[in-house]
Design a protein around this ligand. Structure first.
Ligand code: NAP
Length: 310
């Protein structure tokens, strides 16, 4: 991939940002697109401490950066620094993708959205093409009668709540270990009354009653993530309470599969890991920046190749 005087900048901001897979995935996509058409971009990691966020965003405008992704801890803090924020990002309460638009009198503004919900939904709506997902065909799930349980009440859980609402899930239950945080989580959806009406928050001890009614269980905690690969958010006994045909979805993609998904597969459930979500949220961002379809296969393969050697 040649970097020239004309090359435009994209990137990811976070702190730290060195663990991000986004530069790998996006630069593979850009290199592929360059083979058939001009795609004069490069995607860089920008580690930005929270105290420097405002200066960094002003600096990005000054140097003409085209757009960027946002990861922990800036996903919420970036919002007041943007000129426009999409409805979905407002509902989720976090932005993961920013792009520049030119308005009257050549005024340039920063616009933000959140592509995590699109990413999450992708393997539930179409064949994932991901070898470690056990789902080989689109689901014929009757979402309107599906109860979803989301384990964890952090940032990713918020995108999953919005996604489950888009699916039309009958009930969306969010499980947390801190009742005060759970209450704040529930209150934070007050401006999205349709979501609030379907949302229930609960502590982990309520799971044995709720699991037998669930059609979708999502792990949105870091439990089971490398290096803690023997950990699972649910016991075997709890997994076995889930009905046949239920979907176990782990947002984690290292390791593949997680302990949670191994337990789910052993219990005959449908298992989906977080790799496709990562790929598809990135593809949705790239499409916003470049205004053309993203080479999803190339992005997925770049991650798979990297994970195979990591
Ligand atoms: P986060 O904001 O830090 O939230 C983590 C949540 O997990 C919190 O509710 C936390 O509870 C809970 N938690 C942490 N350790 C726990 C434990 N031992 N037992 C029970 N609950 C625990 O993190 P996040 O950004 O939401 O990310 C969550 C997971 O999703 C991570 O593994 C991340 O890698 C993954 N993720 C994947 C993608 C993807 O594209 N595939 C995208 C985003 C995130 P407290 O609030 O009580 O601490």
């Amino acid at each position: 991939m040649a970097i020239k005087g004309t090359t435009q900048l994209l990137g990811v901001i976070g702190y730290p940002v060195k663990h991000s897979f986004s530069p790998l995935m996006h630069n593979a996509a850009i290199a592929h697109l360059q083979k058939s058409a001009p795609a004069d971009y490069v995607y860089l990691p920008f580690p930005i401490p929270p105290r420097d966020l405002k200066d960094a965003i002003a600096g990005f405008k000054a140097i003409g950066l085209c757009g960027f992704n946002i990861t922990i801890p800036h996903k919420q803090m970036i919002m007041p620094l943007l000129d426009e924020v999409s409805d979905v990002a407002r509902a989720i309460g976090a932005v993961n993708t920013v792009w520049k638009e030119t308005r009257e009198n050549d005024k340039q503004i920063w616009c933000g959205t959140n592509t995590d919900a699109i990413g999450f939904l992708s393997p539930l709506k179409s064949p994932p093409g991901s070898p470690l997902s056990s789902a080989e065909k689109p689901f014929d799930q009757d979402w309107a009668s599906t109860r979803a349980i989301i384990l964890g009440n952090g940032g990713a859980s918020r995108a999953v709540v919005a996604a489950c609402h888009q699916l039309g899930c009958k009930r969306i239950s969010v499980v947390g270990r801190n009742p005060e945080k759970l209450a704040l989580f529930a209150e934070s959806w007050a401006n999205s009354p349709e979501i609030a009406a379907r949302l229930k928050v609960m502590t982990w001890d309520e799971l044995p009653v709720q699991l037998p009614k669930a059609g979708l269980v999502v792990n949105a905690t870091p439990v089971g993530m490398h290096p803690d690969i023997e950990a699972s958010p649910l016991s075997n006994k709890e997994i076995e309470l889930l009905p046949k045909g239920a979907i176990a979805y782990d947002l984690i993609y290292t390791p593949r599969p997680t302990k949670f998904l191994q337990q789910a597969a052993a219990a005959g459930l449908i298992a989906i890991d977080g790799l496709e979500m990562l790929v598809q949220q990135g593809a949705a961002a790239l499409e916003i920046w470049l205004g053309q379809p993203a080479p999803v296969e190339i992005m997925r393969q770049a991650l798979l190749d990297y994970l195979a050697t990591a």
